[in-house]
Design a protein around this ligand. Sequence first.
Ligand SMILES: [Zn+2]
Length: 186
Amino acid sequence: MREYDQSPKGKASQSFRSIKKRIGKGSYKDVELRLTQEQYMYWAVPAYEHFMRKNPGVTPSVDRIDNGGHYERGNLQVISYQDNASKRSNTKRHLAPEGHSWCRICDKFKPYIDFGVQRSSKNGCRSECFECMGMPGNGRGIRSPRAKLTEADVSQIKELHQNGATTKFLADKFCVTTAAIRYRLR
Ligand SMILES: [Zn+2]
């Protein structure tokens, strides 16, 4: 049985089951599965086979090429699980409003200050918010050096500074270093 689970056919049928479970809920609320199991397997088995032959030891995963699209013919590919996860995060993060990132656990957009720092990610934020990591969400002392300040941020910083806000306060509020704040105030 275990051998079957690890085979392209086993993986393909597992992925079909997990897609069926996933759709219609949460961030997959509007996503449809537009293939019968037979149609899906007809595509998926050779796709898994090909991927697993070319990438031994890498966990395969079915990806929607257009993450806003459905599970349907022409929008599916097999990529590594890791690429798929980072693609999903980057797509969601890309949709986040200015100064916000997306938490993969609670599936919410939250301000940068609610996330820890992860330098390797595009916006410098971790994939999970503090709340989901079981940490207090005020983000005190957390700085994301790669978080970019918008023009609106900069004018707000100047205004707050004129009203007596310290660089330390501003650094915490905007999730940047005090050096970055001082630079903007020069
Ligand atoms: Zn969260």
